[in-house]
Design a protein around this ligand. Structure first.
Ligand code: ADP
Length: 391
């Protein structure tokens, strides 16, 4: 049965495209009209018509649901009833455009629910013409976008909060590490001078304690320097372009020339099989350099042998840097990527920032990095890179 509040004739222009399709499917006359009315009634969107004075002439169940008013309450009433007090001018302005024969599409605005709540609405308003083509009113489709707007606002607020937190963190890390440098330099210089001048006169524990102090101050100086580097890299937008990864690998290998020679290491890669990737040249060179220098540092009884390969993966490549070193127990596979986390604090030099930077670089490229390893069986660091922008 047709809802008396909602004549399909009133909104026939708005749904012309449905009508055409239905006519194509063999619907005509009364059958077509009742089918259109059923479509209007079953719509979740509010489908409303009004005359040129702005008086509501039809009101479907979608409108009842969105605005909380029944058809009985709205038909014959001014549509302006739905406008918030601070937006009363908007509806007459829309009607002026309708009288000119214009259509207002996907216009985002605010309307009031019967209970006084503000609703975010997307509106499409079109002129209704009689059989002579004269504009006699307007049809209006309103969609409740309150939830979408709320979600958009939440995402924007979270993004703002994250940006502020990142900036604060960067500032904090920078200021603390910068300010800590000065007193530490004094501690280091004084303990070194003391050790040089009076070291010979000290015996037993006294000399050892002083040496331990110097060593700790040196280590802390290194850590603070690394922390500064890390703080500076926070929140940086890297300029990206298409890069031959073999060039980046060669660059990293050249930088490590001395360490490679002195350890007798073999670095193996097939230039022709390393792909073009989308990334930042300097950052990727640092990534390979950190991974290679770790592979040289954490070597086993054999001279280091490091192999670099790349396999195609969805949207890009998975790179592998495989070594024959001491390996890493699975329980530490996540921990080693955390800032200043080291498995051997004394046996090997370092501060525990290298893999944190590697993860940051890969993530800034939209990829992931992880390790596959067991103690005594070498380690394979794997990471993904995109083949091209947006892939
Ligand atoms: P660092 O080398 O300065 O300690 P990293 O962040 O580069 O800092 O590495 C963190 C820890 O991960 C290292 O201390 C080491 O225990 C472990 N690690 C890194 N790379 C390897 C590797 N190739 N083989 C074995 N252990 C490794």
């Amino acid at each position: 049965m047709l809802n008396r509040a909602c004549s399909s004739k009133d909104i026939v222009l708005e749904v012309t495209f449905i009508e055409v399709e239905l006519q194509g499917a063999g619907y005509k006359g009364a059958a077509l009209e009742s089918l259109l009315a059923a479509i209007v009634e079953s719509s979740d969107d509010a489908i409303i018509s009004k005359d040129l004075r702005g008086i509501v002439t039809s009101w479907n169940s979608g409108a009842e649901h969105i605005f909380g008013y029944t058809a009985d309450e709205m038909i014959g009433q001014p549509i302006a009833k739905l406008a918030p007090l601070d937006m009363q001018d908007e509806m007459p302005a829309i009607l002026v455009r309708i009288r000119r024969g214009e259509r207002v599409q996907h216009y985002e605005t605010v309307r009031m629910h019967k209970e006084g709540r503000r609703l975010n609405i997307s509106l499409t308003v079109s002129p209704i013409r009689d059989s002579f083509g004269t504009i006699i009113g307007a049809s209006k489709i309103a969609r409740d976008i309150t939830d979408r707007k709320l979600a958009e606002r939440t995402v924007t607020m979270q993004a703002d909060r994250l940006m502020r937190a990142n900036a604060d963190l960067k500032q904090f890390a920078y200021v603390t590490s910068h300010d800590l440098q000065e007193p530490l330099r004094t501690v280091l210089t004084c303990t070194e001078m003391f050790l040089n001048k009076y070291g010979g006169t000290l015996t037993g524990d006294a000399r050892r304690w002083l040496e331990l102090s110097v060593e700790a101050a040196r280590r802390m100086t290194e850590m603070i320097k690394d922390l500064l580097t890390y703080a500076q890299s926070l929140g940086e937008d890297l300029p990206m372009q298409a890069i031959h990864s073999s060039e980046v690998v060669e660059w990293a290998v050249n930088n490590l020339h001395i360490a490679i020679q002195s350890s007798g290491a073999a670095i193996i890669f097939d230039k022709s099989r390393l792909p073009v990737v989308y990334g930042n040249k300097i950052a990727l060179a640092q990534l390979f350099q950190n991974l290679l220098s770790n592979a040289l540092k954490y070597h086993g009884p054999q001279p280091p042998r490091v192999e670099i390969t790349a396999e195609p993966a969805e949207g890009g490549w998975v790179f592998a840097v495989r070594d024959n070193g001491i390996g890493i127990a699975p329980v530490y596979h996540e921990r080693i990527f955390v800032l200043f986390q080291r498995l051997f604090a004394r046996e090997y030099p370092g501060t525990g920032i290298g893999l944190t930077l590697c993860r940051k670089i890969v993530q800034a490229h939209g990829g992931e990095i992880w390790v596959e390893s067991e103690v005594g069986k070498g380690a394979t660091f794997k990471f993904t890179l995109k083949a091209k922008e947006g892939s």
